[in-house]
Design a protein around this ligand. Sequence first.
Ligand code: BGC
Length: 420
Amino acid sequence: MRFTRAAVAAVGIAALLTTAACGSGDDSGGTGSTKVEVFTWWADGGEKAGLDGLVSAFGTACAGQTFENGAVAGGAGANAKSVLASRLQQNTPPDTFQAHAGAELLDYIDAGQVEDISADYDSWGLKKAFPQGLIDNLTVDGKIYSVPANIHRANVVWSNKKVTTAAGITADPKDLNEFFAALDKLKAKGVTPLAVGKDWTQLMLFESVLITDLGPEKFTGLWNGTTPWNDPGVTKGIADFKKLLSYTNKDRDALDWTDAEKQIMDGKAGYQLMGDWEAADLDAKGFKDYAWFTFPGNGTTFQWLADSFVLPKGAKNPEGTKCWLKTVGSAEGQKAFNTKKGSIPARTDASPADYPKYQQAAMADWKSAKPVPSCAHGSACSQGWQGAANSALGAYSTNQDDAALTKALTAAAEQFGKKK
Ligand code: BGC
């Protein structure tokens, strides 16, 4: 997919920053700062471990620069994104921030909030390091604005092996019927069959069901306007999703993904649908009794998302930020980060043997997979659309009103899907 929207040009500011940074010999872009404030939502567990890996690679590659942690906790950026939005609005950006590749990044590009770093891509050799599909995805009107740190997979079910074995589940469910049968076995054992958290985690679950009920092409079509939200596959998806919700914990709307994950670790729940940051988080927390499988019925579909980093307009230390970005894209940086984060490197030159077991499997899957994007994690939809979808799912969790959900999702697609 190639984005065609006119990028907001702010060549003047970009040129000014570059001149200041290069012309003065001062590596702070003229502001005197050698601190690089890195804004993410990676505050704990496997996420923090991944960030720490990147920070150590940065320390080696960028002598004279200091990392400053601007992390705001909350899964999927639930809190970070609003803090970031107000900082960008007040023109007090961090030196760099985490943004999902795809539609979410486009929001920042269209708002003129991030710099074109195409020339750095050339000098850092990144056009050859990343797969062409990803480069195409990051390119807007011939320009590139971010450096991807990884590829994550969203459509994965995690389980507590002891709990599923005790319930008599002997094989991974391959389709929804088998999944429901396994959930019934867990229910009979008195554990929560499927742990889930609040809005965005429910959106992830719903998206996985839609991939099964629509197939990958039609699922992708929901986000590019070729599949209507009243398609019979969506109607079936809502019915299946409703049934799945009946197997979940009642306190779901109050939980973050790590709270649902804790139910798995504590043996109180059997399964959880979550992105593969869960592998790293379980590892970081020392929990070993886990297994995983692709969401039943998704086949070889790999629902991808990528964390990337940008150079915001008005960053205090653009040269330091560039060293951070160069580190993020480097072989060393990607290894230090991804071996701890549960994701696979965006670069194609990584060696699977360097990675934990889960990522080795994901790297193999990615090669032959059918990729589809994620709305919950910004590769498929803009932040406005994502917010509307989260609210629609949050409301559905309480009212279970199928018609209201279809209406809200149709309205969101109409409002946010036509901004091409
Ligand atoms: C990010 C991941 C992160 C996850 C949970 C996703 O949106 O891309 O890096 O681990 O949210 O916080």
